[in-house]
Design a binder for this molecule. Structure first.
Ligand code: LLP
Length: 390
C-alpha cells in the first residue's frame, strides 16, 4: 500500500530503483526483539539477505548480531559497527583468506561444515597463535518443504556434517588444539512457511543433543539458523511474520541443557517486506495470446522470478492515485528488457489498463533482491532510495 504523495515522488525519481520503507523495517525489528527477548534468544541477522549500509545500521541499532557468509560480509558488518563478538561465519567453502579475516576480527564463531575445513581453520589459527570458536554445522536431514534450490538440510545437500560422521569428527576434533567447540549449528532452508518443519528440526536437535550428552561433550550454544518465510501474495495484509509463534515454537520444543543459549539467523523475515522494486513501463506490446508490459527493470535487478520461478506481487501504482480506476479483465505478461525469455516477472498478471510511463511496483523485494542484482548486459547497478530521504 503506497500513499499518493509517495507515488508522486516515485514519478520524479529515475527508475528502476529499490524503495525501502524504513518504518516497516523498524516495526519488524521491534516485533522481532519483543518476541525473541521473551526467551533470551539471540538473533543474528543474515546479512546476505540485504547488506546495504543503511539497512545494516538500523538492524544493528536494535541489538541484532550478524550472520555472514563471506570475508566481505564480515568486513561490512564490522564497518557497520556490529560487535565481532556477535558475528557468526557460515559457508561450505570458506577460503583461507576469508578465514584469516574472521580470525583477525576474533568473531564469535565459525559454523564449520566439514572436518577438512576444521583442520584448515585450526592450522590458520595456530599460525596466528589464537584459538577459534567453532560450532559444528550438522545436516539434520529434515525436509524444509520449500523450493529445492533453497533446501539445505537434507542428506543430499552439500551442507553440514552428516549424522553418521559425528563420531569421527568429534574424535578428530580432540587433536585440533586451536579450535574450541562452543556450539551446534543447523539451517534447513529458506522461505519455509510450514511451521512443522521447524518442529521436526527441534525434535532432531533434541536427539542430536542426547548424543553429545552421552559422549560427555558440553555444548553451550544451539544455533537453529533462519528460514522463516514471508507472504509474497499478501504483503499488506501480512506485513509482519508471526514472530510470536515462531519463537514460541522453539521455546516449547527445544530441550535445552542448563545455561545453553539459543541463536537464530533470520534474513528474509527481517527485510523482505520493507523493500519494493520500482520500475517504469517502457512499452506495451501486443503478443499472440497476451499483451506484454515491458519494464525498465529486469532479471538484472530482481533475479528471483527467473531463478526460482518466485512470485512477487506486481502492482500498477496508478491505482493508489486514482481510486476510480477499475480493474478490467486485462492481463499482461510483465517482462524486463534482457535478451532472454527467463526475464519475466509474471505471466497473465491482472492489471488496470497499462500505458508507457506507468509506475510498476514489485513487492516484497527487500530480501535477496538488490543483493542478487547484476550488471549483465552491462546495465547500471540498481540504486536504492529510502522512505526517510525521499
Ligand atoms: N543461515 C544460513 C546458514 C543460510 O544459508 C541462510 C540463507 C540464512 C541463515 C538466512 O535464511 P533466511 O532467514 O533469509 O531464509 N536467494 C534465495 C534465498 C537463499 C537463502 C540462503 N541461505 C532466495 O532469493 O529465495
Amino acid at each position: 500500500m503506497f500513499k499518493t504523495d509517495i507515488v508522486s515522488k516515485f514519478k520524479n525519481t529515475p527508475t528502476p530503483f529499490y524503495y525501502y520503507d524504513v518504518d516497516v523495517l523498524k516495526q519488524t525489528l521491534e516485533l522481532l526483539k519483543k518476541e525473541s527477548d521473551k526467551y533470551g534468544f539471540i538473533v543474528h541477522y543474515a546479512t546476505k539477505a540485504n547488506s546495504n549500509n543503511k539497512i545494516l545500521d538500523i538492524i544493528r541499532s536494535y541489538g541484532l548480531g550478524a550472520d555472514c557468509v563471506s570475508g566481505n560480509e564480515i568486513k561490512k558488518a564490522i564497518e557497520c559497527k556490529f560487535d565481532p563478538n556477535h558475528i557468526v561465519f557460515a559457508g561450505v567453502g570458506k577460503s583461507d583468506a576469508e578465514i584469516n579475516i574472521a580470525l583477525d576480527y576474533s568473531i564469535f564463531c565459525f559454523n564449520c561444515e566439514s572436518l577438512q575445513e576444521m583442520e584448515v581453520i585450526n592450522e590458520l589459527a595456530k599460525a596466528k597463535g589464537t584459538i577459534a570458536n567453532i560450532a559444528l554445522r550438522i545436516n539434520p536431514n529434515v525436509n524444509a518443504n520449500t523450493h529445492k534450490y533453497i533446501t539445505t538440510g537434507l542428506e543430499e545437500n552439500k551442507f553440514g556434517i552428516n549424522l553418521w560422521e559425528l563420531e569421527s569428527v568429534t574424535t578428530a576434533l580432540k587433536e585440533l588444539k586451536n579450535l574450541k567447540l562452543i556450539g551446534l549449528h543447523f539451517h534447513i532452508g529458506s522461505q519455509i512457511t510450514d511451521m512443522s518443519s521447524f518442529k521436526s528440526l527441534c525434535m532432531k536437535v533434541n536427539e542430536i543433543q542426547s548424543w553429545f550428552v552421552s559422549h560427555k561433550i558440553t555444548i553451550e550454544n544451539i544455533n537453529v539458523g533462519g528460514g522463516w518465510g514471508v507472504d509474497y501474495h499478501e504483503p499488506d495484509k501480512n506485513r509482519f511474520v508471526d514472530f510470536a509463534a515462531y519463537f514460541k515454537l522453539y521455546n516449547d520444543f527445544l530441550e535445552l541443557r542448563p545455561g545453553q543459549k539459543v541463536h537464530f539467523e533470520l534474513g528474509r523475515a527481517v527485510v523482505a517486506q520493507c523493500g519494493t522494486l520500482i520500475s517504469k513501463v517502457l512499452y506495451i506490446k501486443k503478443g499472440v495470446n497476451t499483451n506484454f508490459a515491458i519494464l525498465d527493470a529486469g532479471m538484472t535487478e530482481l533475479m528471483r522470478p527467473a531463478l526460482y520461478q518466485a512470485y512477487h506481487k506486481i502492482e500498477n501504482l496508478k491505482q493508489y492515485q486514482d481510486t476510480s480506476i477499475k480493474y478490467q479483465d486485462l492481463k499482461y505478461d510483465v517482462v524486463g528488457p534482457i535478451c532472454e525469455s527467463s526475464d519475466c516477472f509474471g505471466k497473465a498478471v491482472n492489471l488496470p489498463e497499462t500505458f508507457r510511463g506507468d509506475i510498476i511496483a514489485l513487492r516484497t523485494a527487500g530480501a535477496y533482491g538488490e543483493v542478487m542484482s547484476s550488471a549483465y548486459n552491462l546495465r547500471d547497478r540498481v540504486k536504492s532510495v529510502y522512505s526517510d530521504e525521499l
